[in-house]
Design a protein around this ligand. Structure first.
Ligand SMILES: [Fe+2]
Length: 227
């Protein structure tokens, strides 16, 4: 997916969506929220590993990874519900791609936290759900990346969130309710990656086998015949 930006040949230049998203997220997160920025960089790193199973959606997913937590930025935090604050900023200020806004709005089972905050009606009225495959991919990236950007198994990530917010916090309640859905999404994506890698290795083995056959062919001398 490409995004138009002003200021170049014919006053319009197209660039990958992720190349536009990264500096937007950096501007909003790096200075005020160092740890959140480290997490975001880790989520983007994980998103890049999904490119082989996403095809032409790889750029969109990477852009969503960069932008998924911008709603935590003090510059955007209006409701305190980061998925909605981030998505509204992307829609109303950045005029971003609709699907990108929907991915950010609903990322990581946002509906459960929206219910806890009394914002579920606003969320579903303003943003429809993203396609399941893309929603799963973003969950995989967010739920296998720790708060400092490190790789982390999903069970440890869920426990880490609950511990960080405390057992009585509404975020902890929402993530506990979301845990089965989040875990299943991570498992689906991991299985897709496994299947893709297995078929890739099968292709490599087939190529190597063909080469072996080629090497085993008896040498056939080439007779140069003078004409
Ligand atoms: Fe996140």
């Amino acid at each position: 997916m490409l995004v138009s930006v002003p200021g170049s040949w014919h006053n319009v230049m197209v660039m990958p969506l992720a190349d536009w998203a990264e500096p937007v997220a950096r501007h909003l997160l790096k200075e005020p929220l160092t740890r959140r920025w480290a997490h975001t960089r880790g989520v983007a790193r994980t998103a890049r590993t999904l490119a082989p199973i996403l095809g032409e959606d790889a750029d969109l997913l990477l852009a969503a990874a960069w932008l998924h937590d911008i709603g935590y930025s003090p510059a955007l935090a209006i409701t305190g519900f980061h998925q909605l604050d981030g998505a509204r900023h992307l829609r109303d200020v950045e005029h971003a791609d609709d699907l990108l806004c929907r991915l950010v709005a609903h990322h990581t089972c946002a509906i459960n936290e929206a219910e806890q905050r009394g914002l579920a009606v606003e969320l579903v009225r303003e943003f429809t759900l993203a396609p399941p495959d893309l929603a799963d991919a973003l969950i995989y990236c967010d739920m296998t990346t720790g708060p400092d950007g490190q790789d982390m198994p999903v069970a440890q990530r869920l426990a880490e969130i609950t511990e960080r917010y405390g057992p009585g916090d509404l975020v902890s309640r929402a993530i506990t309710r979301s845990a089965p859905v989040l875990t299943a999404a991570v498992e689906r994506v991991a299985l897709k990656l496994y299947d893709h890698e297995r078929s890739r290795l099968a292709d490599v083995r087939a190529i190597m086998a063909l080469k072996d056959v080629g090497y085993a062919l008896p040498h056939r001398p080439v007779h140069l015949v003078a004409s």
